[in-house]
Design a protein around this ligand. Sequence first.
Ligand code: FAD
Length: 432
Amino acid sequence: MKNVFKSWGNLNKNTLSNFVYLNKNLTIKVNDIEQYTTFGNGRSYGDVCLTDRGLYVDTSNNNKILKLNKKKKLLNVQSGVMLSKIFEYLTDSDLTLPVVPGTKFITVGGAIANDIHGKNHHYSGTFGNHIESIKILRSDGKIYTCSKRANKDLFYATIGGLGLTGIIIEATLRLVKHYSDFVNVKNIPFYSIGEFIDLSSKYKNYKYIVGWLDVTSKKNRGILELANFSNITNRVKKNKINKCLFSFPNLRFNILFKPIIILFNYLYFYNLSLFKKNITLSFFKYHFPLDSIKSWNNMYGSNGFYQLQFSFPKESAKFHIDYILNFFKNLKQNSFLTTIKCFGIYDSPGMLGFVQSHHITVALDFINTKPSVNSIKVIQDYVADNNGRIYPAKDALMSKSNFYKIYGEKTIQKFLKHKDKNSYSLLYERLF
Ligand SMILES: Cc1cc2nc3c(=O)[nH]c(=O)nc-3n(C[C@H](O)[C@H](O)[C@H](O)COP(=O)(O)OP(=O)(O)OC[C@H]3O[C@@H](n4cnc5c(N)ncnc54)[C@H](O)[C@@H]3O)c2cc1C
């Protein structure tokens, strides 16, 4: 049983502990309660899953895998099931999820509500591109089945709908062929954002592409991490898929001092560019490298941290990303972990989805201090003024005016027609 509802950035301390579990009886409860916030597994960094009023609807008990249709490659699950459980379940088949983020400890409900993306966006689009249907419980007590054909507008409002269109109780997901539990990884060093963009397009035939950036270096160097399925047919044992090596203790103080950040980035760059040019990793280690350290977010201490994820259209991305990285560098504000990805041809199918085709996205982590908060806000204004986008799943600071500038008054008004009457979140209060 949860008694503290937190998001991954450990930022908001004054949220509620009132909650109900999502179960059959909730149909009645949702009519009675004033406001509710649906909670998946709190892997969002900011305040999209948090509330200070009403109650939480905790989906963690609504976690059954209902049916696998191998022939049609369809998987029917309850919304609180985590991707980690789906992977264990699928070890007996040659099927997998087409899109996964950088952690498998998220729920299907959370993946839909933020329309998450992975390292294969150029091949497969977002999570929302692979949903057959969704069942949503709304404040009128009714359950709506939504798909491309039925309740179409509610379907597209719910994908990337920030948990505001109702409580997702079930989803049917389309799976794809899983060729191996192992991937062959090729690590290529690059020495500028321009070079990263060129290399990503040169190697676009690789199934998975992601860049890691050393923003402490003078030139914004990094590693392009390319991967394809290997020919290894052995399966990773079920009990190894979700194994954590250790759990990070609950520290009061941040341990990521500047010299540690510089040293870590330096060693990571040379380790991968010199000694790990070509390696074979398990599918799970490649996609979810941080999952083996439980509660790694405690490294940032009790004040927590912010993640800033933004994107720009490809043609202007190099200029703007350089500008932003240099802005933080000049202020000596170092991001510990920085990633960069190129989106392919697919827009998010969600009305309010973050992902736009042919954008380049960067994610930076900053310890929660007054100066870093000020800088993030300055950069968010810059992103909004220059045709960029900010990812709400990671955000806790975007202003309402920037949100409207980025997502557009018309789109937001269209989305609001599908908002469920009693849904609420701190993000909703801040942005809408
Ligand atoms: C280490 C790490 C790596 C990450 N990498 C990526 C990445 O590569 N790409 C990416 O896109 N994201 C990434 N994320 C972000 C993460 O995938 C999303 O924030 C995801 O939505 C979290 O899911 P959750 O189940 O924890 O949901 P929560 O964080 O609890 O909730 C997220 C949203 O979903 C809503 N919600 C949850 N369940 C339901 C439901 N049943 N019905 C209706 N609404 C619901 C909540 O109200 C909230 O609005 C990463 C996060 C971490 C910690």
